[in-house]
Design a protein around this ligand. Structure first.
Ligand code: F6R
Ligand code: MG
Ligand code: MG
Length: 377
């Protein structure tokens, strides 16, 4: 049976939520994956979905779905919501930790954006061969993707194709969001590279949302990368859990090669969001099997699931960071972990006050308000 077709293009939707941890905030219990699979399996039989894959990174349940219904589709978002609700019910039965923590609303109203789950979706015409990577992070924030996405699509020291391959040489267009002011801007690389970096280096405020190709081999209106930008603590107005981000990146033939897409993660760069959403630490690329952050609830993790699309079917996943070539990165991340941990409650291990997701410090300030005097020196 072929799937329901409303568009000749394929849509890939990666929607994630933390609906309960096992134990604490460390990983997803298999029963939650089974609960989600029962909903997505029915949708595949009913041909609403072409295909799906259920994965986990740390305490986040990750739903990767393919279909022909376009981005922001109510039926697809409704399915994800139903899968998270069913998984939440199982999490409550098992008394898992923080059951339903990312489900900020009791009722679904057409779109999961702003309701707690994180979303990365893109619609495009599937090429003759379409390699795609789903990146999933835990214990960090959307800005953690800024440096790797920039390096993939704009840094010639990372992506040799920008220099060597005529189909990449003209560069890419970055859609950057100001997540505090809810504004966005399109910027050209390499022409505006320094200005792009001026913004995205401030990663808690400016985040790369999408990357587009320039006129050439690929349609200019179809994104080649997309990142979830939900900020849970801003959505909820108070700390209810973390906004651990996800991203989808297409690769090869006019785009960064698979190895150029993965290479930025060999740094183990510093990201924020570790322990209580309030610490900086190195991002560890790791295998699916080892994506269970337990050292001080970390260090922050990233996994990469590789697929070839075949008429919307997900041929995969391949556990891309299982490669021993990332072993040295992991060793370095462990050394940096010790070094950062040695700082305890001091910045820059602890985040600056304005970026902390827990608000205990203002409590301290209130208690001390009467005792603070003017310094007369
Ligand atoms: C959650 C996380 C953890 C928690 C920490 C405290 O994703 O990053 O570091 O913030 O375990 O959790 P609570 O407040 O639930 O006891
Ligand atoms: Mg959790
Ligand atoms: Mg998480």
């Amino acid at each position: 049976m072929s799937p329901k077709v409303t568009s000749p293009k394929v849509t890939v939707s990666l929607i994630k939520a933390d609906v309960g941890g096992w134990p604490g905030h460390s990983m997803v219990h298999p029963a939650l994956k089974e609960a989600a699979a029962s909903i997505l399996g029915q949708a595949k039989s009913a041909r609403t979905l072409i295909d799906y894959e259920i994965m986990a990174c740390g305490d986040d349940l990750e739903l990767l779905m393919t279909h022909n219904l376009g981005v922001d589709d109510g039926e697809i978002h409704g399915l994800a919501w139903e899968a998270f609700e069913k998984a939440t019910a199982r999490a409550k039965e098992l008394k898992l930790y923080g059951a339903g923590q990312d489900m900020l609303s009791d009722a679904f109203c057409g779109n999961v954006r702003g309701m707690g789950p994180g979303v990365a979706e893109m619609e495009f015409a599937e090429r003759g061969a379409e390699p795609i990577v789903a990146f999933m992070m835990d214990k960090t924030e959307p800005g953690a993707f800024n440096m790797p996405i920039f390096k993939m699509f704009a840094d010639p020291f990372n992506t040799a194709g920008l220099i060597i391959d005529p189909s990449l040489h003209q560069g890419f267009i970055f859609e950057i969001w100001d997540i505090r002011e809810h504004k966005k801007v399109l910027m050209n690389s390499p022409e505006e590279m320094y200005d792009i970096l001026a913004l995205i280096g401030a990663k808690s405020r400016y985040v790369i949302k999408r990357v587009y190709p320039k006129a050439g081999k690929l349609p200019v209106d179809e994104p080649v990368a997309v990142i979830s930008t939900e900020k849970l603590y801003q959505t909820a107005g108070k700390y209810v859990g973390k906004d651990d981000p996800v991203a989808l990146v297409r690769s090869q033939s006019g785009l960064p090669a698979l190895g150029e897409v993965l290479e930025p993660f060999a740094i183990g760069h510093l990201v924020s969001g570790w322990m209580r959403g309030s610490h900086n630490g190195p991002l560890m690329p790791c295998s699916f099997e080892t994506a269970h952050p337990t050292r001080f609830d970390g260090p922050p993790r990233v996994i990469a699931a590789g697929f070839q699309l075949c008429n919307g079917n997900l041929v995969g996943p391949v556990d891309l960071f299982a490669d021993v070539a990332f072993d040295l990165t992991r060793q370095r991340v462990l050394q940096i972990t010790d070094y950062m941990r040695a700082h305890g409650p001091f910045e820059p291990h602890r985040l600056p006050m304005e970026d902390m997701e827990y608000t205990t410090l203002p409590g301290v300030m209130e208690r001390l308000a009467d005792r603070f005097e003017d310094t007369e020196e």
